[in-house]
Design a protein around this ligand. Structure first.
Ligand code: GLA
Length: 375
């Protein structure tokens, strides 16, 4: 793009992806989650360009850019542009201080891998513009406006976990977040002598957005039935195992399965938080395997490749537990692996995956890291 030659950034922002130790799809059911940012991130470089309303954004990884006018923001046909445009749409509703700017993006965060590259881009964009134009947005403003941008411009009715983790994480910790009250606790994620090893299936399901929204609707259908006798129930967060059981015959079996998963998964977050505090790593592993079973059989957001890798992990004595992480239908599995067994686990998993699917598996270690920041 034309502007790149004279580009002299004045603000550089790093915005991380995230993993979620446990608590999948519980966020939009107003339950608990346990995510953290990781060291894979997007670097966003900004300069003011002296115009009133002309903005230019260029992605080095895609070698593509686009331009837009602050006075005429609308949805684009190119998915990635909507992450940027959605954020600008929200920011310009809140302030008139934004002026023309240029931004260059560079990333080592794999896209569509369940590591929330979308939230990293949204939050990094909002964070950078906040710094560049002194918008006086709080970190929480950045989190919530980025979540709304995803609803309105991208079309995924996501919960708050990804944006919260991207902005609020602290190095060496996972965040126990209550998605209703937004109260949160930092819990040490020191798993030594174990490491968090991610296996990226390379599968990025094209139905992820529509299936995601469908799961959300199924949970809401469950709540509307449960509410009939219990008006105090506002979300699945308020439902006990016993209450759900009593309504089994009144629900479509699929809706029942979805609700059952969420109620169990929410409990698993609290059990996991305790297991981490007690340094009970065997328990951490057991909870992960249990969660994957639910992800695969009850919530049905796994895929053949993720199921294969989790089963493969079970055969390896160096692995305490594994599950698919993120929104689902592909992405990465998260594995807790003894440090002496990491190389063997990765090498053999790559071979087995190639043999089974004829595809490359990419493995990396995830370290709990800090949230979006200015460099
Ligand atoms: C996606 C969404 C999150 C959350 C996860 C599943 O990453 O953006 O809000 O629902 O899926 O846990």
């Amino acid at each position: 793009m034309g502007f790149l030659q004279g580009f002299v950034p004045t603000i550089n922002i790093i915005s991380p992806g995230r993993i979620n130790l446990i608590g999948e799809h519980t966020d939009y059911n107003l339950g608990y989650v346990l995510p953290t940012a990781i060291e894979k991130r997007i670097l966003l470089k900004f300069q003011k360009n002296g115009t009133d309303t002309q903005c230019r954004v260029y992605s080095k990884d895609f070698d593509k850019g686009f331009e837009f006018d602050l006075k005429r923001i609308s949805r684009s046909d190119n998915d990635w542009e909507n992450y940027v445009l959605g954020v600008l749409n929200e920011i310009t509703k809140r302030t008139d201080k934004v002026r023309g700017f240029d931004c260059v993006l560079e990333s080592d965060l794999p896209l569509g891998s369940g590591l929330s590259s979308s939230a990293a881009l949204e939050c990094g964009m909002a964070f950078g513009l906040n710094e560049l134009f002194d918008l006086e947005l709080s970190k929480m403003d950045i989190v919530t406006l980025s979540q709304i941008a995803e609803h309105t411009y991208v079309g995924t009715q996501c919960g708050i976990m990804d944006q919260f983790a991207s902005v609020m994480s602290e190095k060496g910790h996972v965040i126990l977040l209550d998605c209703r009250s937004l109260e949160h606790d930092l819990i040490s994620a020191d798993l030594d002598p174990y490491k968090i090893i991610m296996l990226n299936t390379g599968v990025s399901h094209s139905l992820a957005t529509s299936e995601y929204n469908k799961r959300k609707a199924e949970c809401e259908e469950g709540v509307s039935i449960l509410k009939r006798e219990n008006p105090e129930i506002k979300s699945l967060r308020d439902v006990s195992r016993e209450t759900l059981k009593r309504f089994k015959n009144e629900m479509d079996p699929v809706v029942y399965k979805r609700c059952h998963f969420i109620i169990e998964e929410n409990q698993r977050v609290l059990e996991m938080a305790k297991a981490l505090k007690d340094n009970n790593l065997e328990k951490v592993g057991t909870i992960l395997y249990k969660a994957h079973e639910g992800i695969s059989k009850e919530y049905e957001v796994s895929c053949t490749e993720s199921d294969f890798l989790v089963d493969y992990a079970k055969e390896n004595p160096s692995v305490l537990g594994a599950r698919q992480t993120g929104g689902g239908f592909g992405g990465c599995t998260l594995n807790i692996v003894h440090k002496t067994g990491v190389k063997n686990f990765i090498d053999t998993a790559i071979d087995a995956y190639k043999k089974e699917f004829g595809r490359e598996l990419i493995a990396f270690e995830a370290s709990p890291s800090g949230g979006t920041a200015k460099l």
